[in-house]
Ligand binder design. Sequence first.
Ligand code: C2E
Ligand code: MG
Ligand code: MG
Length: 833
Amino acid sequence: MPPIMGTGGVTAAQALVEFQAILENATIGIMFSRNRAVVQANPLCAQMFGYRYDEFIGLSGVELYPTPEDYAAAGRAGGPILSAGQAYEAETPMRRKDGSLFWCRQSAKSIDPLHPHAGSIWIMEDVTEDRLMRDALEQSTAELGAIFDAALIGITVLRERRIVRCNPRFEELLGYAPGQLAGKSIRVAYPTDAAFAAMAGIYETMKDGSPHRREESLQRRDGSEFWARISGRTLDPESPAAGSLWLIEDISAEREAADRLRAALAEQEMIFDNAAVGILFVRNRFVQRCNTRFEEIFGWPAGELVGRSTRVFFANEDEYLGLGARAYDVILRRRVYIGEQEVIRKDGSHFWVRVTGRRVGNLQGNSFDVIWIFEDVTERRHAQEELLRARDELEVRVVERTQELATANAQLQGEIYERMQAEQRIWHMAHHDALTGLPNRALLLDRLGQALAQGDRNANNIAVMFLDLDRFKSINDTLGHHIGDELLKHVADRLRGVVRAVDTVSRLGGDEFVAVRIEGHELRATPSIGISVYPDDGAEVYTLMKNADTAMYHAKEAGRNNFQFFMPRMNAAAERFFKLEHRLRGAVEAGQLRLHYQPLVDLQSASVCGMEALVRWLDPEHGLISPGEFIPVAEETGLILPIGEWVLTEALRQNRRWQEEGRPALPVSVNLSPRQFRQGNLVETVSAILAETGQPAALLELEITESSLMHDMDETLDKLKALSAMGVRLAIDDFGTGYSSLAYLKRFPVHKLKVDQSFVRDLNEDKDDAAIVSAIIGMAKSLGLDILAEGVETEAQLAALIEYGCGKFQGYYFSRPLAPEQADALFRPAVLN
Ligand code: C2E
Ligand code: MG
Ligand code: MG
């Protein structure tokens, strides 16, 4: 076996010993092989493979490999290398004697490459431990790499403030694409150069391995910033050049939340401190905290209450325990306790608070927190008490005043109602006719005015109809006002019934029309109607009224019981009437009146038995005017009174003159119109004139009409009695045309009936008239009254009248009325001769 090492002049034996010592003490396995078997080895090598030394020497090489295939493969791999004289090195599993495997690092070299059978030397090393360590390291490195890559935290390794490595999250945080940051200065993460420079010093503080931590705003690639929590450490304090490791977290959201929390907290703190109510935190009835207002309310210096028992707020133990009993029961059930409580300030003074308490947080064993809110209600309670007192007083006063007011109001209402009623009555009275309730002249004029205004707008015609009841006066005079009034009411009702609602029926005073039965009297009333139409007959109210009135008079003139439309010429007639009235007024004084006389004839004695005085008006302009024309005017205007007095006086004077002339003393008949008869001082006037003219009453006969008699029965009777007692004779003129009651006739002291000439006129032709005349004559006789027929014009009439039993006459047949100068003809009419 050739020496492995140079002999250096040592002997071979000695060299062998030394060599043997090396083999035996070597810390690695050494083995010689030849012909695929172990030739020589050191003990460590045998031990490495689990063999005794003697067993190991001579062992076939294949035994050392896990399988024969591994042995063959190793031969194939190593053979050529060894043959080439090179060192063959391998790390491969080898098999121990017990079959277990171990990692073995081998290096082999051929002893003589030119002679392969010379064998090879193997250095064997058990590297199982190394190998395991290496595997573990590789795995942990791989794991760390995975963590590094997947970490949600940014990780970077800096060296000389340059990025050596970084994980994807780090790149993402700073807004870079993968791989873009490696090699770049960490300056890119700082918003400013100053911020970057400011951090240069920290590496010094990290030298000893202590960590660095801070929070700072970092900049992204796009310039935007984010809050980062940064922690770093040197990789190896021993070798600063190894660099440092940095962890970066984005804490923007965290910071924002913290900011919000801080703000909310600050806000609450502010509210707490500035609250207008006292706030107290209590744990187990000990003060934890309170606000300024609470200290103010309870009069404690700032901060002095913390840690004290809430007992200090109560005047005594009972109060303290009382509130506890009341409130904690409620509070423990998580309800809110609300109450009012008398408490004390630090100085011991009492006052009232309103307390609200509720539990906060959860029970921790028996301990729990309560938040109390206090309001000082002392003033409010005082005010409330004041208010209650005031309200009670007020209530009493209100009740009193209400009663007073109610009474006053009721009175006032009553007064207002009465006044309204009175006003309405007054208004109604002022605008309505009292008898019929119809609108009066004032209201009519008003309504007509409105109608005209409306007529103008609507281009309507408006008619004004003037109604006058024919001979209403005679109804009034014969049956009395009472009956006349009833008639008017009925007429009013009927008129109301026939017009439309928009029409107005008005009573201007006077009379109307219609046929009705009143109190057993059959009254025949006929109307005379005058009509004027707007706008043709007048543009305004007064003209229309006047013209309708005028037309009505024409209806009367035209024989009554008819209607006439107004025509302009009617005004001329009306004018005549007014002129007539005017002239008539002066006629009496001007001495234009004359009396004519007509004899009354007694056929039996064939002599004149009286004279009737008939008035005439000798007008210088119009000549002689008959009484039929002017007596109605005089009657209407009242002129009849002076005229009547004049007639009476003149008739008596004339009669005296005739007597003085030696004519026979005959009674003179004087007509009295109804108005004259109604005159209050009639009797006195008559007796005065009789006295004045010196004529005996027996030579005066007064002719009155039926209507005069039937007017006011009692008064009439008195007058008739007085006149009769005086000796004046009384005759009923125009008998048969009016309404007279036989019963009354019997009671009245009248002496004569003068049958109206209308019956006499047609006596020979009209059987009815004849019958009436005959009846009147018969009745007069049975009543013991004188009877005289008027208007006898013919012999035939006279003959008939005589036949019916009439003995006295008056008429043209005997004589027309004549002037007194024709006394001869008067006293002895031709017929009688
Ligand atoms: P009377 O009292 O019935 O008078 C008779 C009227 O008949 C008179 O008309 C007379 O002229 C008229 N007469 C007499 N005989 C006949 C005849 O045969 N045929 C016709 N057709 N007529 C005859 P006169 O004078 O025109 O008077 C008319 C009426 O005027 C009177 O009717 C009387 O009611 C009234 N009257 C006349 N004078 C007065 C007077 O002084 N005072 C009053 N209050 N009334 C008077
Ligand atoms: Mg007469
Ligand atoms: Mg007559």
